[in-house]
Design a protein around this ligand. Structure first.
Ligand code: AHM
Ligand code: MG
Length: 336
């Protein structure tokens, strides 16, 4: 909890406004979008905390004891983000993991598309394991006409703002506003504000932890298998790496960002493009990792150089400490 003798608090809102002031020509639109996202995150955090108590866990379509329809937490979270973003008046298109089609605001003169996964890792929720929200903000090239879904099929390096919120033992937002700096904020429940607790996060250049679903190893390609084997055998005379895998991308990436090492969801014989979705999982996390001094690749290519073929397209992911990701890249070059 915030030290209440400390009166010069840097809240997320203050940080966003201070960053905006560094750009005198900024319209303030991004600040309004981030405000909407922040409200969405506070709402989801409150729901996640009380999910078991108010019967929010379980499947959508169920009825509670009063015979009322229950909404699954990811449905509720999605509605919250869509409504908050719409109400900001600054979004022209939204791409959500929960919606098959792009959500287009007809007649909007806004310039931005927000991509998000409202509740990532939701299969973990019933066990009280960390879940998260992932988001990216892109500026659309053509904002005078109504948007169409293909307007967002752009290179990852076009992403302006990227972030995630982790609902864990504390609630943390980590965000890059595009200037190559990543900051982390912790929700003070008493104030209802995100307070800057992790300024200018830099991922260590090398780590000691690898994070991958090893249950899929039967289906891995030779490059992935050789690389993970090398970590277990103590690469280059170093100690063998430790394995950590939560199965919630936000939590696995958060730990990788703070402690270093590598997080991977590779392509395999079952999932030729891996599992993670480019627009609202891989791109925002790759942007954060790079801005914090790390790297993010598919195995062979930089993730932020990809252009998705469809709004829910997927890509393989290896991200984390620069030296660790370089080693993965070398394995892919060797096993080409
Ligand atoms: P989801 O968007 O359906 O929650 O799936 C994405 C999640 C990621 O958070 C996590 O990295 C991955 O799925 C785990 O998948 P697996 O259970 O196959 O290891
Ligand atoms: Mg997801």
């Amino acid at each position: 909890m915030t030290d209440h003798t400390q009166t010069n608090l840097v809240t997320l809102t203050r940080h966003v406004f201070e960053t905006q002031r560094l750009h005198p020509d900024a319209s303030g639109d991004l600040s309004l979008l981030l405000n909407a996202i922040q409200i969405g995150c506070k709402f989801v955090e409150a729901c996640v905390r009380k999910a078991r108590l108010v019967h929010l866990v379980g499947l959508a379509g169920n009825q509670n004891v009063q015979g009322e329809d229950q909404k699954k937490l990811d449905v509720l979270s999605n509605e919250m983000f869509v409504n908050a973003l719409k109400a900001s008046g600054k979004v022209k298109m939204m791409i959500s993991e929960e919606d098959e089609d792009a959500i287009i605001i007809q007649g909007s003169q806004a310039r931005y598309c927000v991509t998000f996964d409202p509740l990532d890792g939701s299969s973990n929720i019933d066990a009280g394991v960390n879940v998260g929200t992932i988001f990216g903000i892109f500026q659309l090239k053509n904002h005078t006409q109504d948007a169409v879904a293909k307007d967002i099929l752009v290179k990852g390096s076009e992403i302006k703002v990227a972030g995630y919120c982790m609902y864990g033992s504390s609630c943390n937002i980590v965000v890059t506003l595009g200037s190559g700096r990543v900051d982390g904020f912790t929700l003070d429940p008493a104030l209802g504000e995100f307070i800057l607790t992790h300024p200018d996060i830099r991922v260590p250049s090398r780590g000691k932890i690898y994070s991958i679903n090893e249950g899929n190893s039967l289906y891995w390609d030779d490059a992935t298998r050789a690389y993970i084997e090398s970590l277990k055998n103590g690469p280059d005379g170093r100690k063998p790496y430790s394995a950590r895998y939560i199965g919630s991308m936000v939590a696995d990436v958060h730990r990788t960002l703070l402690y270093g090492g590598i997080f991977a969801y590779p392509a395999d014989k079952k999932s030729r493009k891996g599992k993670l979705r480019i627009l609202y999982e891989s791109f925002p996390m790759a942007k954060i990792m790079e801005d914090a001094g790390g790297k993010a690749i598919t195995g062979t290519k930089r993730i932020l150089d990809l252009v998705p073929e469809s709004i829910h397209d997927r890509c393989p992911v290896f991200m984390g400490s620069a030296d660790d990701v370089e080693d993965a890249l070398t394995s892919f070059k060797t096993h080409d």
